[in-house]
Design a protein around this ligand. Structure first.
Ligand SMILES: Cc1ncc(COP(=O)(O)O)c(C=O)c1O
Length: 290
């Protein structure tokens, strides 16, 4: 059959045999896959087991068969750092999809998952850690299985873009006024010396740093209460912060342009940032600024 490609800049209309990119890939066509982002400090993984465990939990949840066992994946991930002589702060991005097969909603039979991972440098954002960030609030329009780290991130992408266009770092998501989390991080409110955050249900991603924050709070004797707070609660919050592997623990200083704690990072947030640095073995750096 003749092939008549129409090429307009990056737009290509052609016969599928003429595609130079494997478009019939289920991650690309259906978002049929999962991913992880693992933090690296000085060439070492942080919260490694937690991320690998969650990768397998996400795969199970979408009935995706991974072509390796957990221990094999851990070896592959360690090899990735060695082969790249990774010594810096960075991340590994890892993704698994249900493979390459002719487009059809039903699962392909006898097709292996496509898995890839890459490492890259990512310095800590010291200015955000020190000075805090601002957020907007947005309705949470995501699906009901947010505990799966799925590739379907369109609501998250749209929310984060709107945050950026409002000179904010994040979008704080809520369902009828109950705060779930942010578009790519978990969210917390501090009131009367207690930390409040949405329970680890299917409405939020069970963050690896969130697990660590709970551990730090327990060690510091700060009550960690898994109870959703509301948009109305924010008006009388003592502190707010967010957490994620790329952001660490960041003070939230403004919500929809209204200051929290007079726009000053709170005491408990600072304690958790210190605990994070100790846990990640980066507290030997002279200050949070280095
Ligand atoms: C929606 C969402 N919530 C929370 C997090 C934080 O998860 P973690 O602490 O495992 O990085 C992320 C991370 O990317 C996320 O995408």
């Amino acid at each position: 059959m003749g092939v008549y490609p129409i090429v307009l800049s990056q737009t290509k209309f052609t016969h599928q045999d003429n595609l130079d990119y494997p478009f019939e890939e289920r991650g690309l066509q259906f978002g049929d896959g999962i991913y992880e982002v693992i933090r690296i400090y000085d060439g070492n993984y942080y919260l490694f087991t937690e991320h690998v465990d969650r990768f397998f939990r996400s795969a199970d949840a979408i009935r995706l068969e991974l072509p390796f066992e957990k221990e094999q994946l851990k070896t592959l991930l360690h090899d990735l750092l060695k082969q790249n002589n990774m010594k810096n702060d960075g991340i590994v991005y890892m993704q698994a999809t249900r493979g390459s097969a002719p487009r059809d909603h039903v699962f392909p039979v006898g097709v292996e998952a496509n898995v890839y991972a890459y490492v890259k440098d990512l310095p800590r954002n010291l200015s955000n850690l020190e000075n805090g960030i601002s957020v907007i609030t947005k309705e949470d329009i995501r699906w009901k299985k947010c505990y799966i780290k799925s590739l379907n991130l369109l609501p998250n992408v749209l929310a984060k873009q709107e945050a950026k266009e409002n000179n904010c770092y994040e979008a704080l998501l809520h369902e009828d006024g109950l705060v779930t989390e942010c578009s790519s991080s978990n969210a917390y409110l501090v009131k009367d010396g207690k930390i409040y955050t949405h329970p680890a249900t299917s409405r939020i991603l069970h963050g690896c740093v969130r697990m660590a924050v709970e551990r730090f709070a327990n060690e510091l004797g700060i009550p960690f209460i898994e109870e959703a707070f509301t948009l109305a609660d924010i008006q009388s919050a003592d502190e707010m912060f967010l957490s994620s592997s790329t952001s660490e623990v960041l003070p939230i200083l403004n919500v929809d342009r209204k200051p929290v704690n007079n726009g000053i990072p709170g005491e408990i947030t600072r304690k958790l940032q210190d605990a994070y640095q100790k846990d990640a073995n980066i507290s030997n750096r002279k200050t949070a600024q280095q």
